[in-house]
Design a protein around this ligand. Structure first.
Ligand code: MF3
Ligand code: CO
Ligand code: CO
Length: 266
């Protein structure tokens, strides 16, 4: 399968799926608190997606994944499986939500800080968020994917964070993971050139330590090899004739499209 260009009808369905995925993150926020288990958060998301949204949680049974969302805490990079461990003060946790509605996928994740975390953790979370937005704001026809990866990497590394290489963003639509691969590192003027109608995710994973990762014996959870903290944010975007539409945008984020975050070291 090559990169698909979505029709106007498909784009409308992607908008709906994207909005639903964003809504799950809004819904779950008040429950991401000290003492809650990630299993309880998974159940809330599952019930909301299936009963309220009348949609499908895409991770459930995807290649054998056992839960409806991914929850990745502290040195967990991605694909954490919700379980009976309680969130504790200072944890940083990524909640990754993918819903299928009317045959189309919306995929988005954000970091939550439980109570009060270390300044180091807060800084990693903030730099990763800015790195994602640097990538998103570059999206428009004729830009190369390598341009985007390069700028994300440059920003991350200039802030003394490393970029995970083994996992990347992806085309999305009827399938959860479509072509192209969207690397969060790379070289300018390399890779695919964007055209209007493409839909894909940008979802950088940044580590406070070295970039190397390994997978746990559960077959899913990815952690940093050096046990340093890791953060990730994700949006699903559409390439428009003039630029980008963020299909999973939350209300608090409207200003970020127009007003770039400070792209200097913080
Ligand atoms: N949502 C993840 C992504 O952003 C994929 C999770 S696959 C799962 O691509 F099986 F772990 F859910
Ligand atoms: Co994704
Ligand atoms: Co995701």
């Amino acid at each position: 399968m090559s990169v698909t260009i979505k029709t106007p009808e498909e784009i409308e369905k992607m908008r709906v799926a994207g909005r639903l995925a964003a809504d799950v993150l809004l819904m779950i926020e008040p429950y991401v608190k000290e003492g809650v288990t990630t299993e309880a958060l998974d159940k809330r998301c599952h019930d909301y997606i299936t009963q309220v949204q009348q949609a499908i949680p895409a991770p459930l049974n995807y290649r054998g994944f056992p839960k409806s969302i991914c929850t990745s805490i502290n040195h967990q990079v991605c694909h954490g499986i919700p379980n009976d461990r309680k969130l504790k003060n200072g944890d940083i946790v990524n909640m990754d939500i993918t819903v299928i509605k009317d045959g189309y996928h919306g995929d988005t994740s954000k970091m939550f800080i439980v109570g009060e975390s270390s300044v180091r953790a807060q800084r990693l979370v903030e730099i990763t968020y800015q790195a994602m937005w640097i990538g998103i704001r570059m999206v428009k026809p004729s830009v190369y994917l390598g341009d985007i990866g390069h700028e994300i990497q440059r920003f991350a590394e200039s802030n003394r964070c490393s970029v995970v290489r083994e996992y990347c963003g992806h085309g999305i639509g009827k399938d959860f993971h479509e072509e192209p691969q969207v690397l969060h590192y790379g070289l300018p003027k390399t890779g695919l050139q964007l055209t209007a109608g493409m839909t894909f995710t940008i979802e950088p994973m940044l580590n406070a330590g070295k970039r190397h990762v390994r997978q746990l014996g559960d077959g899913w959870t990815v952690i940093t090899k050096d046990h340093s903290l890791s953060a990730q944010w994700e949006h699903t975007v559409l390439v428009t004739d003039t630029g980008v539409e963020v299909l999973t945008l939350r209300p608090d984020e409207h200003a970020l499209l127009e007003n770039p975050p400070i792209s200097q070291a913080v």
